[in-house]
Design a protein around this ligand. Structure first.
Ligand code: CDP
Length: 204
C-alpha cells in the first residue's frame, strides 16, 4: 500500500496504546509515532530548566531517543507541559505530516482522533480501569528495573487522567467516530486482535 492511511489510537495512561499501536503498525506495515514521547521530551527539558514552548519549537528527533523519558517524573512533567497551547501548537505540524506518510501511519496519543487527525481513516480509543492501568505501569517499571511503588503509580495515573481530561486544550476524550476498546479484562493478544479487527473492518 503506498497511499496515506492514518490510524489514530488515543486513550489514557498505560491503557495499552503503545503495545497495540506497535503491533497494529507492524501488522499493516505502517510507520508508528508515539506522540507521548514528544511531550515527554519537552517535559524532560523543562525539568532541566528550559522554557516549555521554546523547547517544543526546538525539538529534534534525537531528543526522543532517551531512556529516561519513560520515568514517572518525566511523565508528570509531560502532562504539565501538555496543557500549554503554545507547546501543542509547536508539535502539531510534525504529527500531521507524519500521519500522511506514504504507506500509512499509526499515531498514538490523547488527541490524535480529535485534533491532530480528525480525518483519520480509523480511530481507536483504548482504555481500561485506573486500577488495571496502574498495575500494568507498575509491572512495566519494575521490569525495567526502575524504582516503583504501586500506591504512588496509582496516584500518578489518576492525577494525569484528571489533568489530561479536564484541560482546556485538546482534552482526552474519544472522538465521536472512535471504536472504543476496553482492555481491562483482555490479554495483550486479545486487545491487539480487537484493534486489528477494527482496522480491517474499516480498511476492507
Ligand atoms: O505512556 P503513557 O500513556 O503513560 O503516557 P504518554 O502517552 O507517554 O504521554 C505522557 C503525557 O503526554 C500524557 O499524560 C499527556 O498529558 C501528554 N500527551 C498529550 O497531551 N497528547 C498526546 N498526543 C500525547 C501525550
Amino acid at each position: 500500500m503506498s497511499e496515506a492511511f492514518t490510524i489514530a489510537i488515543d486513550g489514557p495512561a498505560a491503557a495499552g496504546k503503545g503495545t497495540i499501536s506497535k503491533a497494529v503498525a507492524e501488522h499493516f506495515g505502517m510507520a508508528h509515532l508515539d506522540t507521548g514521547l514528544l511531550y515527554r521530551a519537552v517535559g524532560a527539558k523543562v525539568l532541566k530548566g528550559e522554557d516549555a514552548a521554546s523547547a517544543a519549537r526546538a525539538l529534534v528527533p534525537s531528543d526522543l531517543e532517551d531512556d529516561t523519558l519513560r520515568g514517572q517524573d518525566v511523565a508528570q512533567a509531560a502532562s504539565e507541559v501538555a496543557e500549554i497551547g503554545e507547546v501543542r501548537a509547536a508539535l502539531l505540524e510534525f504529527q500531521r505530516s507524519f500521519a500522511r506518510k506514504a504507506g500509512g501511519a499509526v499515531l498514538d496519543g490523547r488527541d490524535i482522533g480529535t485534533v491532530i487527525c480528525p480525518g483519520a481513516e480509523v480511530k481507536l480509543f483504548v482504555t481500561a480501569s485506573a486500577e488495571v492501568r496502574a498495575r500494568r505501569r507498575y509491572d512495566e517499571l519494575v521490569q525495567r528495573g526502575q524504582p516503583a511503588d504501586l500506591a504512588v503509580v496509582t496516584a500518578d495515573v489518576k492525577a494525569r487522567d484528571a489533568r489530561d481530561m479536564d484541560r482546556a486544550e485538546a482534552p482526552l476524550k474519544p472522538a465521536d467516530d472512535a471504536v472504543v476498546i476496553d482492555t481491562s479484562d483482555q490479554t495483550i493478544a486479545e486487545a491487539v486482535a480487537a484493534a486489528i479487527a477494527a482496522v480491517t473492518a474499516k480498511k476492507g
